[in-house]
Design a protein around this ligand. Structure first.
Ligand code: NAD
Length: 284
């Protein structure tokens, strides 16, 4: 069993992966580039604990406190990696930063360590050559709010050893994720390969004037029993994320959808559900 985890990057997703893994009993080392950044973590744990209490009301508060005791922080990479069975990297979504990070990890990690990236969009085969062990390098991709939306998309790149792939799927399960096995490199993994075209097809129906936002969402909810329609999902993801995904699309209708998101919503400050208003007004 892989017991010692090191997480690189303690931002939005890194902090969630750290806390969830410690909550499930793993020993976790949290690495970031400076002590100033690491000093913010105690406040972050308090925030995350409140989210667990709200979303998982049966959780024992002591188990949440115990989780924190299993987390050690360091800004020294060699120290961060010395006992690692597995590393999960959650540094910013830039290829140059990822490649540089994995080069340094390779220089410092013991031979046993398995390497995983949580990258949402960068092809792992473009990162693998910067590691000293492409056979032990793959993706373990989490969804935001890992304790609640608990998919662990485990994805191979061409050089990944299938036995390592299975070990990581097992690890994902041990930290409370439902492992989704993706056996070929696929941009967007399973989730976004399904979701993004669906959301964009809804956007195209709207910009072409086929039906209103409300009617498109109502169709999907009523006819399939789904709790939310595509525009409600856009609002939950955030308008800016959707805009960034769509703005340079090769499909002119998708680019038009991006334009309309910008002019009709983003420019007015309607950024989505968290902002209180997106396609829908959540203040009422
Ligand atoms: P973030 O910007 O919130 O956090 C990035 C962290 O990395 C920061 O703490 C930063 O200090 C640190 N960092 C910067 N340079 C570093 C370096 N060279 N070495 C180590 N740490 C460094 O980003 P995020 O939203 O947590 O995203 C991180 C990764 O997770 C990305 O690859 C992203 O695609 C992926 N991801 C994000 C989400 C999401 O909803 N935010 C969901 C799934 C996957």
């Amino acid at each position: 069993m892989m017991q010692n985890l090191t997480v690189l990057g303690t931002g939005t997703l890194g902090s969630q992966i750290i806390f969830q893994s410690a909550f499930k009993g793993k020993n976790v080392v949290a690495y970031d580039i400076s002590d100033e950044i690491l000093a913010k973590l105690p406040a972050r744990w308090e925030q995350i604990k409140e989210q667990y209490k709200a979303d998982l009301p049966d959780t024992d508060p002591k188990a949440l406190d115990d989780a924190v005791t299993r987390i050690r922080t360091t800004a020294d990479m060699k120290d961060a990696l010395k006992d690692a069975d597995i590393v999960i990297e959650a540094v910013p979504e830039r290829l140059d930063i990822k490649q540089d990070t994995w080069k340094k990890v390779s220089e410092n990690a013991p031979a046993k360590t398995i390497f995983c990236t949580n990258s949402s969009t960068l092809p792992p085969s473009k990162i693998a050559p910067f590691t000293d062990r492409p056979d032990k390098f793959l993706c373990l991709h989490f969804a935001n709010h890992v304790w609640k939306f608990n998919t662990g998309e485990v994805m191979m790149q061409p050089k990944t050893d299938p036995a390592v792939f299975e070990e990581v799927a097992k690890f994902a399960e041990e930290i409370g994720m439902v492992p989704i096995r993706i056996k070929k490199e696929q941009p967007g993994y399973v989730l976004n390969s399904l979701l993004v075209p669906f959301l964009n097809d809804a956007g195209k129906l709207w910009v072409k004037g086929v039906a209103s936002i409300e009617d498109i969402d109502a169709t999907w909810r009523i006819a399939t029993g789904a709790p939310t329609g595509p525009f409600q999902i856009d609002d939950a993801i955030g308008m800016m994320t959707m805009y960034n995904i769509d703005k340079d699309s090769e499909d002119p209708d998708i680019r038009e959808f991006a334009n309309r998101m910008k002019t009709d919503y983003i420019d007015k400050g309607y950024m989505g559900k968290n902002a209180g208003r997106g396609f829908y007004n959540y203040q009422d």
